[in-house]
Structures are given as C-alpha cells and as structure tokens.
Design a protein around this ligand. Sequence first.
Ligand SMILES: [Mg+2]
Length: 178
Amino acid sequence: MAFANPADIEMLILDVDGVLTAGEVILDETGKVSYHFNVQDGSGIKYWYRYGGQAAIVTGRSSEAVLVRAKELGIEIVYQSALRKIEAYRRCLADCKIDPRRVACVGDDLPDLPLLRNCGFPVAVNNAVREVKEQAAYVTGRSGGDGAVREVIELLLRAKGCWGEIVAGYHKQTLSGD
Ligand SMILES: [Mg+2]
C-alpha cells in the first residue's frame, strides 16, 4: 500500500509489547502480569482523541493490566490474544468503518508486519526488528515504552496543524485565570 500523508490519518493502531512498553513483562508467582507504561504516551493519546482521532490496541498477549491501562486512556477498542493480528485488524476496520489508507499502525516485531503492510502510515519504533523498520514510512527516534507513541502522535497532530494549538493552550494558562 502506498504511504499516506500523515495529515490524512484518522486512526492509530497500537501494539502493546515493545510499543506501549519496552517489551518487558513482569510476572509474579501467580502468573499475574505487570507492565511499565509511559505517561507521555498516555497524554499523547488523550490529545489524539481531543482532535478527533480514533485508537485501538491489537496485541498477541492477554492481560488485565492492558485493559486497565486502555480504560485509563479511554481506548475502547482492544483486541487481545490476537495470534493472527491481521484478523483483529480486519474486524477493527469493518467495525469502525475506516479505510486502511487512513490508518497508522505502530509495531516492533514480525507479527505486526501484516498490519504495517496494509495501512496508510506504517510506523516502526526504534527498537523494532529490521524487517519491521524496512516496511515503515517512519521510524521513531524513541523506543517503545520510552515515548515512541507520543512521538508518533505529535508527528500526526503536527501534520494536521493541531500541535501548536495544544502547546499554546498551556502557554495561555496564567495565575490570573484562563
Ligand atoms: Mg510487539
């Protein structure tokens, strides 16, 4: 699929392990999973929603922690245990009635390749494997779990001309009220 202009992207599809996290999984003795999530990724996702973007998570693993984080960020579309990610992606496109040319997918490893090859704006995080980077329209400077998702959102919102307004909104807040 030809690369889209990032200004035309309406939906962001995110992997968890290696994209929203550094790819490390903390397992306790009961098998419960813990993750480190990045707070700046989180605020980025909120900006993305504020400007009308849609977002979904597609992950091969399954854990309560991902659902908790998704809920915190307002991400309602979550596909876990997606062993063949393309199937979850196909369902997501149909459910959201969105053209894949308007989608950016962010991945780090081989299971993400089918998504990256079938979306308008494929993104590889800096820690992605070589084959994933080769498919990407953009490779982030930051790694998964270290602000890579925030970097992608900033890029998309800058392309749409929205970023300046977000920053200006904070500059405008003063002690005497806003
Ligand atoms: Mg991954």
